[in-house]
Write a protein that binds this ligand. Structure first.
Ligand code: GCB
Length: 603
């Protein structure tokens, strides 16, 4: 059985790696029933060129491309290095939103549904080392009520134009937003590693499992190397435990990473394959209303975020990644949620290296047909054959499997969030979620699980919270209700939080709270949309949080302003950012900075 998602490619003494980012030729399929098969021939010389990684939507000055619903194709020529004749080699796409196909010359070699996790094609048998091939990647952005996230396609009566609608509040950016790789491994190679860490007194335990492809006579040996390069433990066999005396723990704000070097060695002890996995030794546990990391209560400060910048859309960008982490550090954020989909693996690696705590979320957002009326459609029943049905649930299971398969070894990840704001108070929610919660626990018995609960599903009406470990709540008292009336909002918020506290006696994290704020709009009266209102509203929430025993964290919605679909409720996107879309602080940033730096200093 193959691992769902193989280890992130690496260049080591036994493996090679070629990055395929850059400008690719680009074309749209001409319609839903396009039969032109663009992959069967080289694109014309004058074809559009599209940068990878980037979403394609905002690159061109062309409404047809921006609004396109259906397939697009990226194409370039690729050489397989001459030296790879004895190796096995793959093309890997880190993401293709939401449905990807990899063609080598005329041939379809891999297909994957799910826009935020990697997939790859084994091309060894189809291209000879030293030769050139035509690589085409097809990407389809369509969402239906049976995909994750869900959506709906309608056809304009007058124009025949196809429209994509969806219930989630961020733009449906599409394309190749993350890196594309060509990489090689030896025939017999390490396909997957699973690491679970524990602590006994001063001793750190690294429990590991190594999965080998094309098993031969080779044996698995692992060694653990500390940050000074010293070997601090070894083990042999595909499964085992490495004990590290006086282990240095991975701590929030103070990361420490060992390298677990996994090797396959032959009978003469010669290394056949080697892979190095960054491993933080830490524990995560819930005790009463406390969220414990390494046995100590941890209070989450930070944000729900988006992968979103102008021009590149959801395109991964190193400069923005580092800058965003710098801003989070500046403001005293110790954590974030990958709202509302798995982020680029580079982001997870960065969080590991810098001690940033992550709540890792699936792309299951918008499982709620009655939310905010953002879709403009008449509300209908969420759970059922015409809404979120058995096929949706199947797709949901798959995104959970892929998220855990990809991110299970990250020390930074302390909890799985399997959905954002599902209709958890509607009949059918429990039947839909019970198997999903169970599956998540089976796949990873070591981390707590959660989902982000929507305001409409209160402690009285929510039907699924008991299936999870932590109450993550998204609340907008003072914005979507009691708009601008912070006195009323404060009372309503406190009543709601006390209700959850009393009913569950477990950690509560406010995973969303915030107000749309136009940078530069000011109001002596502190009216909504002004920078003053954002400050007043956050202060009000903080007063309430500080009166409650069970609060285990606060994530403001959102880190930065971000793009949404066109509609009457959003003006050039969602403005709840504490930073603007180009990462300038709004006034509220300064208050958050002093609160969060003090909390960390005293905590
Ligand atoms: C929510 C959603 C988030 C939206 C936010 C808002 O509850 O989880 O995706 O962007 O509210 O600003 O309305």
């Amino acid at each position: 059985e193959q691992p769902l998602i193989k280890l992130k490619p690496q260049r080591t003494s036994s493996r090679d790696l070629v990055n395929l980012d850059g400008l690719w030729k680009f074309t749209l399929a001409s319609g839903a029933n396009d039969t032109t098969q663009p992959w069967t021939a080289p694109f014309p010389k004058n074809a559009l060129e599209c940068p990878v990684p980037a979403s394609y939507n905002d690159i061109f000055v062309d409404r047809d491309i921006h609004d396109h619903v259906g397939w697009v194709y990226y194409q370039r020529d690729v050489f397989v290095p001459k030296g790879w004749s004895k190796e096995q080699y793959f093309v890997r796409a880190e993401s293709a939103t939401h449905h990807g196909r990899i063609y080598v010359n005329d041939r379809l070699l891999a297909e994957h549904v799910g826009g935020y996790t990697p997939f790859e094609a084994d091309i060894t048998e189809f291209v000879t080392a030293g030769e050139k091939f035509r690589l085409t990647i097809g990407v389809n952005n369509e969402l239906t009520h049976e995909t994750i996230p869900p959506g709906k396609i309608t056809v304009g009566e007058a124009t025949g134009k196809r429209f994509q609608t969806y219930q989630h509040d961020f733009y449906n950016y599409a394309g190749l937003a993350r890196s594309i790789w060509l990489y090689s491994v030896p025939r017999q190679h390490i396909q997957d590693i699973t690491v679970v860490t524990d602590v006994e007194g001063q001793t750190g335990l690294i429990n590991y499992k190594v999965k080998v492809a094309n098993k031969g006579t080779g044996k698995v040996k692992v060694s653990v190397v500390d940050e000074d390069g010293a070997v601090v433990g070894t083990a042999s066999g595909a499964e085992g435990t490495v004990k590290i005396k006086s282990a240095k723990l991975w701590q929030p704000g103070a990361a420490y990473l060992y390298q677990l070097e996994a090797n396959i060695v032959d009978s003469r002890d010669k290394v056949v394959d080697t892979y190095s996995l960054a491993t933080g030794v830490r524990t995560v546990k819930i005790s009463g209303s406390k969220f414990l990391i390494n046995g100590k209560p941890f209070y989450f400060t930070g944000f729900g975020r988006h992968e979103d910048t102008s021009v590149r859309g959801k395109g991964h960008d190193q400069a923005y990644m580092v800058h965003d982490f710098q801003l989070m550090n500046w403001i005293g954020a110790n954590s974030f949620r990958t709202s509302h989909y798995p982020y680029a693996e580079e982001v997870m690696d960065f969080a590991d290296r810098h001690g940033i705590v992550v709540i890792d979320e699936t792309p299951a957002v918008g499982l709620n047909t009655d939310l905010l009326g953002l879709s403009g459609a008449e509300p209908q029943k969420t759970w059922g054959p015409d809404g979120m049905n058995n096929n949706t649930q199947k797709a949901h299971k798959q995104v959970i499997r892929e998220l855990i398969s990809r991110d299970k070894n990250h020390a930074s990840v302390v909890m799985w969030s399997i959905a954002n704001e599902p209709a958890s108070a509607e009949d059918g929610a429990r039947e839909y979620f019970e198997p999903l919660a169970k599956l998540t626990r089976e796949l990873d018995p070591t981390r707590p699980i959660t989902f982000a609960n929507v305001g409409g599903a209160t402690f009285k009406t929510d039907l699924i919270a008991d299936l999870f470990d932590v109450n993550c709540l998204n609340r907008y008292f003072g914005w979507y209700s009691e708009t601008g009336e912070l006195g009323e909002a404060e009372a309503a918020l406190e009543e709601e939080l006390r209700g959850w506290e009393k009913k569950y006696n477990r950690p509560i994290i406010m995973t969303e709270y915030g107000a749309d704020t136009i940078a530069g709009l000011h109001s002596t009266l502190g009216l909504p949309w002004s920078e003053e209102f954002q400050i007043d509203m956050l202060d009000m929430y903080h007063r309430v949080f500080d009166r409650l025993e069970s609060m285990a964290g606060e994530h403001v919605w959102n880190f930065a302003d971000f793009q949404t679909s066109v509609g009457t409720k959003r003006v050039d996107g969602n403005k709840k950012g504490v930073f603007t879309r180009d990462r300038k602080p709004k006034m509220a940033a300064h208050g958050l900075k002093s609160r969060w730096t003090n909390l960390t200093a005293s905590g």
